[in-house]
Design a protein. Structure first.
Ligand code: HEM
Ligand SMILES: [Cu+2]
Lengths: 301, 527
């Protein structure tokens, strides 16, 4: 039986730095949020120092892992640990989105119809007898000043407006980026580094385009549609789902950009050995699948 | 695939580093296991002190010791600290110590991340506890933090609570990923899945549950944060949302969470009962299947916590039957433990005493759970002390007894010293009697209608509350003895052999007691 070496670093300073940065981050974030609308800036300073510390720690941590890899310290078995680790991390992200999709499903199938008086629990309508349920919800049960009611929503506007409907373009952009990242992967496996860089570059550009379009959509929603986080449950689910997705696009795009830099400037990645890129591309495919679900359940249905 | 450890240090030392940095920078699964276990014990004492405040106030009807506002904060923090600070980290600590040794791995699969998972915890609980000193006080909405109590009517410190839950969740997820990857990727050659020790199996399933539901909890607190500070209406009917939505999301996490706290206990109990009965475990594969089915079913029973909230009839029925279904695999496990003891040559060392008590008292908790699962009956029991009695039976003489059993069982391995058997048994009997004195009467006052979560109560509940408080203080004091026994064992005692217990089987009993800093640098052969 042949034994492979499994690399166990003796000691490391990174984790405790990461934990401390995380502490600063949450203390800062919580104080900042709690002092919103006041003059106090302390929270913000803590938050930013936490962010900076976290970014620095992660930078050096990943750098170290890459150096260890280049020094040949790791083995096929360690790589497998990374593969499993990444896969389970993505699964945890799936479950995070599942919570928000679940909430969307619940309000659309149960809460809002009940408030409108439908079904077994329609009694809820006695609270706001004038309320009629609909989706997208353009009015809230309590129409008071607490809510900014939207004039328009972002759901499917019908085939006549198809081409001016931003989410369709977002879908096209993101779906093609999944294809281009796959082309990049194929090129890398074929040992064709310049093609790899090209396709990966295109993917990063598509990611940026997506974020740009999404920003335009948000601007549109806030400035012209009156659709905000404060527009009741439609705005809440819309912005939380698309917002967290957008945030994940930025993260995934950032990971791909890092891979691009590593490939161009440091000539990392071999046809048989490129886990960093693979992990980023799995993440990217995941983000893409989430978008397809969003497109279906938030925009179309 | 197999593994050889490679040390990359220049001075190539194989022992632990000296001083504080050993603990701060360590990547060693044994060190990290020790950190987790001590942290959990510290939290057990902190959460325990809060329980004493609660029970002292409930000693007599009327308000005596604390303000109702403070009582609510104690109740909330007690629950959160015991669950997230004491029980869960204790099991992760045990996993750290035991899983690599049991599967013949040199360490956990991702050692640096392992260190991070631990060190997040002290910070997370610092954030949580610091809320006690903030304006408006600590969270006061119960460990289940139902909206709108935790949103519209929450104290400002709720923001800190939310972020502390976020990082606890990150710690749990990273810890769980580490356990799963270790089990899937680092087993010694020949250790097939169905040869794995049951503790390892129980943790594989637990880790899967953790990764599946901790993100949902993160989702729940995120929606709260948005509702409180950024104008969304997830849990606000006035905006088209629903406070009941909070309960659904929370319990989708919450019910699997209770199994996260009991599956490792199942694993531990299986080891101990088999060792001290000097018989192989009865029905190994049915044990694995039972745990797997419990885990799967635990995703479809959550609304048994919400029978009285006003769900459609179909949902009430579905969740009632699904909940009862869980009793079947649970029954299989209890049957197997009893069958293992049947005709065994049993000796009653402290770990075995705790394990047997676990089987009996956990079963009582299971039965009260079944009573609660009957929807129409739960309309009566819900939010009474009967529920409190139920979950304390499954958690204290359940989960916590199993943790203590595990400590007594493996501490000779960890330290190389035998604990004091006489003191161990004394600790057991004190805990066993006092835990029942504390929690059994709560069944009665619950059935008689005493609601949970109030600092005051009607006169007719006075007698049993007094008994319960007496039991609680006795239980609390008995744990000081536990601390003493553990410290004594760490400092010295009769030397333990490698096998420690006559009937013990498994890879961890083949290495020295205490084991070398790095065990299985070359993987053992498992036949
Ligand atoms: C046969 C197995 C079990 C059944 C049928 C069962 C059933 C139930 C039911 C129906 C409730 C809700 C009662 C109510 O609020 O009205 C409940 C509450 C609870 N159960 Fe169980 N249970 C079982 C096992 C467990 C286990 C193993 C644990 C933990 C280790 C556990 C922990 C809890 C907790 C913490 C609560 C109360 C949560 C709260 O409202 O604060 N249960 N159980
Ligand atoms: Cu439950």
């Amino acid at each position: 039986m042949e034994y492979q070496k499994y690399y166990v670093p003796e000691q490391s300073k990174f984790p405790i730095f990461a934990a401390t940065s995380m502490f600063l981050l949450v203390m800062g974030a919580a104080s900042t949020i709690n002092s919103l609308g006041t003059e106090s800036n302390t929270g913000k300073y803590i938050l930013w120092s936490g962010l900076a510390a976290m970014a620095t720690t992660l930078f050096f941590w990943f750098k170290k892992v890459i150096q260890e890899h280049l020094a040949g310290l790791d083995s096929a078995q360690l790589k497998k640990s990374f593969v499993f680790g990444m896969a389970w991390f993505i699964f945890s992200e799936v479950m995070f989105f599942a919570a928000f999709f679940g909430a969307l499903f619940y309000v659309r199938s149960f809460a809002v119809p009940w408030l409108g008086g439908e079904g077994e629990k329609g009694l809820a309508n006695m609270l706001w007898p004038d309320f009629e349920s609909s989706w997208p919800l353009m009015s809230t049960p309590d129409d008071g000043a607490a809510y900014t009611l939207p004039e328009k929503n972002l759901s499917f506007p019908g085939f006549s407006h198809l081409l001016t409907w931003l989410p369709l373009w977002n879908t096209i952009v993101l779906l093609s980026s999944s294809v281009t990242v796959h082309f990049a992967h194929l090129a890398l496996k074929a040992g064709n580094k310049s093609t790899f860089n090209l396709w990966l570059g295109v993917t990063v550009l598509l990611a940026l385009t997506f974020v740009g379009l999404q920003a335009a959509e948000y601007y549109e929603a806030y400035a012209h549609y009156g659709l905000t986080l404060n527009s009741g449950i439609y705005g809440s689910t819309f912005f939380m789902l698309t917002g967290f997705h957008g945030f994940h696009v930025m993260l995934g795009g950032f990971m791909l950009a890092v891979m691009l830099i590593r490939s161009i400037f440091y000539n990392h990645f071999e046809p048989e050995d490129h886990f960093g890129f693979e992990a980023a591309s799995w993440y990217w495919h995941f983000v893409d699948v989430v978008w397809v679900m969003l497109f279906l359940f938030v925009y179309i249905l | 695939m197999s593994a050889v450890i490679e040390s990359h240090d220049h001075d190539h030392h194989h022992g632990p580093a000296k001083g504080l940095t050993r603990w701060l920078f360590t990547t060693n699964h044994k060190d990290i296991g020790t950190l987790y276990l001590w942290f959990s014990f510290l939290m057990f004492l902190v959460g325990g002190a809060m329980a004493m405040v609660i029970r002292a106030e409930l000693f007599q009807p009327g308000m005596q010791i604390v303000q109702p506002e403070f009582y609510n904060q104690m109740l909330t923090l007690h629950g959160l600290i015991m669950i997230f600070g004491a029980v869960m980290p204790a099991f992760v600590g045990l996993a750290n110590w035991l899983v690599p040794m049991m599967v013949g791995a040199p360490d956990m699969a991702l050692p640096r991340m392992n260190n991070l998972s631990f060190w997040i915890l002290p910070f997370a609980f610092f954030v949580l506890l610091s809320s006690l000193f903030m304006e408006g006080g600590a969270p006061n909405f119960g460990w289940t933090f139902y909206a709108p109590l935790s949103t519209t009517y929450a104290p400002p410190s709720v923001t800190f609570f939310i972020f502390s839950v976020h990082i606890m969740g990150a710690s749990s997820i990273m810890g769980a990923i580490n356990v799963i990857v270790t089990i899937m990727n680092m087993r010694a050659p020949g250790m097939t899945l169905m040869k794995m020790p049951l503790f390892v199996w129980s943790w594989l399933i637990t880790a899967y549950l953790l990764i599946a539901v901790m993100p949902v909890l993160a989702g729940a607190v995120t929606m709260m944060l948005m509702d409180i500070h950024f104008g969304t209406s997830f849990f606000n009917a006035a905006g088209g949302g629903d406070p009941v939505l909070f309960q659904h999301v929370f319990w989708f996490f919450g019910h699997p969470e209770v199994y996260i706290m009991i599956l490792p206990a199942f694993g531990i109990t299986s080891h101990i009962i088999s060792t001290f009965s000097r018989k192989p475990l009865f029905g190994y594969s049915s044990m694995v299947w039972a745990m797997a089915s419990i885990a799967i079913l635990s995703f479809v029973v959550w609304a048994h916590h919400m029978f009285t909230v006003g769900m459609p009839l179909a949902a009430e029925l579905f969740f009632m039957w699904a909940t009862m279904l869980i009793a079947v695999p649970t029954g299989v496990k209890v049957f197997n433990w009893v069958a293992t003891m049947f005709k065994g040559s049993i000796t009653y060392e402290t770990p075995m005493l705790f394990a047997i008590a676990f089987v009996v008292l956990f079963t009582i908790g299971g039965f009260s759970g079944l009573m609660l699962a009957i929807t129409p009956a739960d309309f009566q029991y819900h939010d009474t002390y009967f529920v409190v009695a139920h979950f304390h039976y499954v958690l204290v003489p359940g989960a916590i007894f199993s943790i203590m059993a595990a400590v007594y069982y493996w501490i000779p391995k960890w330290t190389g010293n035998m604990y004091d058997e006489r003191l161990g048994r004394l600790h057991f009997w004190l805990s066993f009697v006092s835990v029942n004195v504390t929690f059994f009467p709560q069944h009665w006052i619950g059935l008689a209608g005493m609601p949970r979560r109030y600092p005051d109560y009607a006169l007719q509940f006075a007698d049993w509350n007094m008994v319960s408080t007496a039991g609680a203080f006795a239980f609390g004091l008995s744990q000081i003895l536990f601390l003493f026994i553990v410290l004594k064992t760490v400092r010295g005692g009769k030397k333990a052999t490698s096998q420690v217990w006559e009937g013990a089987e498994g890879l961890e009993w083949t290495v020295d007691s205490p084991p070398a800093y790095h065990t299985f640098t070359t993987p053992p052969k498992v036949s």
